[in-house]
Design a protein around this ligand. Structure first.
Ligand code: KG4
Ligand code: ZN
Length: 334
C-alpha cells in the first residue's frame, strides 16, 4: 500500500510517499527556517502563508520523485494536530481536497504519533526486502522530544498510547531554542547549541530538575539559571552551550531509562527534533540496558514520511477519517 503523507503543523511544508509504512519512496521537506530565523522563532502568520505558497509544489515533487502516478496512491495521511492552527489548516484542506478529487481514503494523524512512527521507516536506499518494518516490539517506551513537547509514552501496540510524563513548562527543544537566544546563537537553537558545544567543556554548574517520584520533566529552571550566568558575564559561550546541553541530556536519559527499567519494556524509541542531537543518542546508547531505536536525524525533525508511516497503520486498522476532519491545534497523545 502506498500512502501520501502531508505535514504542515509548524514551519516545514512536507510531503512523502511511503510504501507499507516503512519504505520511503520520496520524502520532500521545504523548510521555512531561513524565513523565520530573522525573527528568532516561528511567526505563525508567516508560516501559514508560506505553507499556502509551497504545499502544491511540494506534493507534486513528492509524487514525481516517487516516480508514481496518482493511480498508484492508495490513501492520504495528514497531520491534523497538535500545531499551529493556520498551518495545520493548509495541510488538512489540501489533503481533503485531493482525497475528494481522487476518491482516496484519508486519515488524520496526530503529529506526536507520527514522530514515533519515524522509527518504522527504513532508509530509502536500503536493500531488499524493503517493505519490512524495523524491528520494533511491544510494549516499548517512547520519548518524544520536539520543539513543543517532551512526552514519555508507553506504547502497547499500534495506536495504543499511555502518556506517563510530560514537560511541566518548556519542551526540551524549546529549552534549546531559548538557551541559544540567551547565548546569542542562531535559530533553531538545538543545532546551534550542539555546534557551539563542540568547542566547549561542560564545566559550568547548572541545575537538573529530577522531579523525584514523577515522570514529568521541567526545563525552565535550567533556562533561568543559564540566563543568570549569562547576565553576570565572563563565561565562555562554548562552555555554556556544552553545560546546558549536558544538563538537558542527563535528565532525559536518566528518567527515560529509569521508567524503562520499572516498566520492564524491551525497547526505547526516541523521536522528535531533539533526538537528532548526537550526544543525546550517544548517552542513550551507552547507558540503556535495552535496545534504543533512533531515527536518522532528518527523520527526527518534522517530515511527512513519518506521517505516511503512521497513516499506513491507521488504514490497516480501518481508522479512516471523513471530510469533516478538522484541525485540533492542542491535540495530545494517550
Ligand atoms: O520535531 P521538530 O522538528 O518540530 C516540532 O515538532 O517541534 O523539533 C524541532 C525542535 C527545535 O526546538 C530544535 O531546536 C530541536 O528540535 N532540535 C535539536 C536538534 N535539532 C533540532 N535539539 C537539539 N539538538 C539538535 N541537533
Ligand atoms: Zn515535530
Amino acid at each position: 500500500m502506498k500512502v501520501l503523507g502531508v505535514e504542515t503543523s509548524c514551519d516545514e511544508t512536507a510531503a512523502a510517499v511511503v510504501e507499507n509504512g516503512s519504505r520511503i519512496i520520496s520524502n520532500v521537506v521545504a523548510s521555512q527556517i531561513d524565513i523565520h530565523a530573522r525573527y528568532g522563532g516561528v511567526v505563525p502568520e508567516v508560516a501559514s502563508r508560506q505553507h499556502l505558497l509551497t504545499i502544491i509544489p511540494v506534493i507534486d515533487r513528492a509524487i514525481s520523485e516517487a516516480e508514481v502516478s496518482w493511480q498508484d496512491i492508495d490513501g492520504i495521511a495528514v497531520t491534523y494536530g497538535p500545531g499551529l492552527a493556520g498551518s495545520l489548516l493548509v495541510g488538512v484542506n489540501v489533503a481533503k481536497s485531493i482525497a475528494l478529487a481522487r476518491q482516496l481514503p484519508i486519515t488524520g494523524v496526530n503529529h506526536l504519533e507520527a514522530h514515533i512512527y519515524a522509527n518504522w521507516l527504513g532508509p530509502s536506499s536500503s536493500p531488499a526486502p524493503l517493505n519490512l518494518p524495523r524491528d520494533v516490539s511491544f510494549p516499548c517506551l517512547c520519548l518524544i522530544v520536539s520543539g513543543g513537547h517532551s512526552d514519555l509514552v508507553l506504547m502497547q501496540g499500534h495506536g495504543q498510547f499511555e502518556k506517563l510524563g510530560r514537560t511541566r513548562d518548556d519542551a526540551a527543544g524549546e529549552a534549546f531554542d531559548k538557551a541559544a537566544r540567551i547565548l546569542g546563537l542562531g535559530y533553531p537553537g538545538g543545532p546551534a547549541i550542539e555546534q557551539a558545544a563542540i568547542d566547549g567543556t561542560p564545566c559550568l554548574s547548572l541545575p537538573r530538575a529530577w522531579l523525584k517520584g514523577s515522570r514529568d520533566f521541567s526545563f525552565s529552571g535550567l533556562k533561568t539559571a543559564l540566563w543568570h550566568l549569562a547576565e553576570k558575564g565572563g563565561i565562555s559561550v562554548a562552555d555554556a552551550a556544552a553545560s546546558f546541553q549536558l544538563a538537558v541530556i542527563d535528565v532525559l536519559v536518566a528518567k527515560t531509562i529509569e521508567a524503562a527499567k520499572q516498566l520492564k519494556v524491551g525497547q526505547i524509541l526516541l523521536s522528535g527534533g531533539v533526538a537528532a542531537n548526537k550526544l543525546l543518542t550517544e548517552h542513550f546508547l551507552n547507558s540503556s540496558p535495552v535496545p534504543v531505536l533512533i531515527p536518522p536525524p532528518h527523520l527526527c525533525t518534522d517530515n511527512a514520511a513519518m506521517v505516511a508511516a503512521c497513516g499506513y497503520y491507521h488504514f490497516e486498522a480501518d481508522r479512516i477519517s471523513d471530510y469533516a476532519l478538522d484541525v485540533v491545534p492542542s491535540l495530545s497523545l494517550g
